[in-house]
Design a protein around this ligand. Structure first.
Ligand code: GTP
Ligand code: MG
Length: 340
């Protein structure tokens, strides 16, 4: 983590004329990372917010906060844009102002997948229309399974098993009204609670799972449904966006520090010793990996040696100075790993 080294730098700059400039640069690096969940009214943002709030997103020690917005502003380091059903011109216009690329800090999800016949096909159509990957997700079901949905509690598996044991006709699970009217020994209130928690489709999936695998545990059955919601891919995509945004902040901090150091002799050695530290070299490496869209290889010593050679070659062969700088940062990072 970067904080120890940054704290030392802050202390050393405290008595210099560069104090304010250093504070400003550090503030930008350390302030909480806001993940904004956007989308039109009623599209289903709230369960997505709850799900993201319930996971620990790693932002290199930064505090990550999930905020719900609408479609008023598309600025921000990490944006999770939510659509449901068809993509609207509002969505297209909103997303057109966001950068595009492998690690562009934008995740697009197609929620309410439980209401669609073929969520993957719908997501593929939306992806085509927006020119971005769109991840299908059963938002409210995923939130319900985690106990952070409208119901405020996770699904009651004893009731699910009672529904599964009942003599239901296939049509009884087709609409909420039919399920309410079905002749089964589960009270209306408990039926409502099940639907409120995982939606009718989620319940139907759970019932199917426990019927087909009679000895499956509650947690395994819930895991099967959780997998079907598609929520893991969304969480992974958001986590990646958050950590690359954190890496981008590191890059900006280092650029700012270099400028401060060029203008203020007094802090030059403090900045230089920070930039030479393991943590700053590692941060530069993460930032370069984000810029080049590659992942950092960790493996045997031989793998690391290979990476050093690879990035040395890439730096030498590179036509642009930005690419060369990133390749050299990766090379330095791998060398540092070897010497640790
Ligand atoms: N079937 C289904 N319904 C959902 C899902 N997510 C949300 N809903 C329903 O859609 C309606 C709107 O959901 P919200 O989550 O409040 O939507 P929102 O985008 O947060 O709305 P605002 O905050 O008012 O802009 C509610 O009736 C939800 O129960 C979902 O994944 N599946
Ligand atoms: Mg909402």
């Amino acid at each position: 983590m970067t904080e120890a080294g940054l704290g030392r730098l802050r202390d050393r700059a405290a008595t210099s004329e560069a104090r304010e400039a250093v504070e400003t640069a550090l503030h930008a690096r350390l302030q909480p990372m806001i993940v904004r969940v956007t989308g039109r009214a009623g599209v289903g943002k709230s369960p997505i917010v709850s799900v993201l709030d319930s996971v620990q997103l790693d932002a290199d020690g930064l505090d990550v906060r999930i905020h719900e917005g609408r479609t008023d502003s598309s600025v921000g380091e990490v944006l999770v844009h939510v659509v449901a059903g068809a993509v609207s011109p509002v969505d297209t216009a909103f997303l057109s102002s966001r950068p595009r690329g492998l690690l562009d800090g934008t995740v697009v999800v197609l929620t309410k997948a439980d209401t669609l016949d073929d969520p993957s096909a719908a997501a593929a159509t939306a992806s085509e229309q927006l020119g971005r990957t769109v991840l299908p997700v059963m938002g409210s079901t995923a939130a319900g399974l985690r106990g952070v949905g409208r119901a405020g509690a996770t699904v009651d598996m004893a009731d699910v098993r009672a529904v599964a044991a009942a003599d239901l006709r296939p049509a009884d699970m087709m609409t909420v009204d039919r399920f309410r009217a079905a002749d089964i020994a589960v009270s209306p209130r408990r039926r409502e609670a099940l639907i409120e928690c995982v939606e009718l489709r989620g319940l139907a999936l759970l019932v199917d799972v426990v019927r087909r695998h009679t000895s499956i545990s509650d947690s395994d059955a819930m895991r099967v449904l959780a997998d079907a919601t598609g929520v893991d891919a969304v969480i992974t995509a958001v986590a990646t966006a958050v950590s690359s945004a954190a890496a981008t902040r590191d890059g900006e901090l280092h650029t700012a520090l270099q400028q401060i150091s060029a203008g203020h002799r007094q802090v030059r050695s403090a900045v230089e010793s920070y930039l030479a530290s393991d943590e700053a070299v590692a941060a530069e490496m993460r930032c370069a990996a984000v810029r080049l869209g590659v992942s950092i290889e960790t493996g045997s010593e031989r793998d690391v040696v290979e990476q050093v050679a690879l990035w040395q070659q890439r730096a030498a062969a590179s036509g642009s100075s930005d690419e060369r700088r990133s390749a050299l940062a990766l090379c330095r990072g791998y060398v540092r790993i070897l010497h640790r």
